[in-house]
Design a protein around this ligand. Structure first.
Ligand SMILES: C[S@@+](CC[C@H](N)C(=O)[O-])C[C@H]1O[C@@H](n2cnc3c(N)ncnc32)[C@H](O)[C@@H]1O
Length: 275
């Protein structure tokens, strides 16, 4: 007779991740929870996942809890991810904003949920490559993520061969990166353009200036409806009246917030505050 193994109870992980990061782990995601907890077990030399779960249940919020929240986030990203949104940014949206800011010559951008930095560095490269006149502008460029280890990686700016091969064109690789052992390191000029900071989208936000561009890509998908609405409301209050919000390819505002107007460029949506 086959023996039935009892399903593990991951409710402590689910509530922890929901409470601290607003991420909803659906019931079908047990395999994902298990494999990620397994990495914590191995890293910390614990005896088993059950051992880890009982430590989580038995103590107040600690570095262990923080670690578990961190491993439960999905950090998938790449340079020029989905390509077309960056073309639209460089060919249409940015020229439009720059024309309106020509007198003050100040440009403000925020890349929320920036993971290991490929997205803000893609944007920084586009600014340098396509808009050399911006050297004479004041650029305020923030990139944030909930994960301290992702922000540490962003600041280091070091990427493996495989990571740069995922999207970075050869000519830009040799121009904006230098070899660093087996890795590629972003040049200081780009690093200095971006202020990297940890920030939880459901916590206290940095005090941003009025933002011309908000990139909030591939993160709202992890949240429930109320959290999405709350975040979009806050974005709207930070965005300049003629600024743009850019979401991920599978994300839309739909009827989450009727204060935004949707614009469509070659099938790519971006958003402006409705006037
Ligand atoms: C899939 S990555 C998206 C990276 C990048 N924006 C892109 O589109 O390639 C999602 C990122 O959201 C971050 N994240 C998840 N929950 C968050 C929260 N509550 N506040 C801030 N960042 C969060 C994760 O740490 C992760 O790096």
């Amino acid at each position: 007779m086959p023996t039935l193994t009892a399903k593990r109870d991951y409710s402590i992980v689910r509530s922890l991740v929901r409470e601290r990061a607003a991420i909803v782990l659906e019931p079908g995601k047990d395999y994902l929870i298990e494999s990620r907890l397994d990495s914590v077990v191995r890293e910390l030399g614990l005896s088993s996942i059950d051992d880890l779960l009982s430590r989580l249940r038995g103590t107040r919020y600690s570095v262990l809890h923080e670690k578990v929240v961190e491993v439960m986030t999905t950090n998938e990203t790449s340079f020029f991810r989905d390509r077309i949104p960056f073309e639209i940014f460089a060919n249409v949206l940015l020229p439009d904003v720059l024309a309106r800011r020509d007198r003050d010559r100040v440009l403000s951008l925020w890349c929320g949920a920036c993971s290991s930095g490929q997205e803000p560095y893609t944007i920084a490269i586009l600014l340098r490559e396509r808009f050399p006149e911006l050297r004479h502008w004041r650029i305020r460029f923030f990139a944030t993520d909930i994960s301290p280890s992702m922000i540490a990686r962003c600041r280091q700016g070091c990427y493996s061969e495989m990571e740069v091969r995922r999207g970075m064109p050869e000519t830009l690789l040799t121009k904006y990166f230098r070899r660093c052992g087996t890795q590629w390191e972003v040049v200081d000029e780009l690093k200095m353009m971006v202020t990297f900071q940890t920030m939880n989208l459901i916590g206290t936000w940095l005090s941003f200036p009025r933002l011309d561009f908000v990139f909030l890509r591939n993160v709202l998908i992890y949240f429930d409806l109320e959290t999405k609405k709350m975040i979009l409301r806050k974005v709207r209050s930070q965005l300049a009246p003629d600024g743009y919000l850019i979401l991920g390819g599978t994300e839309t505002i739909g009827n989450l917030d009727d204060g935004f107007e949707r614009l469509d460029y070659r099938g790519i949506s971006c958003y402006r505050v409705r006037t």
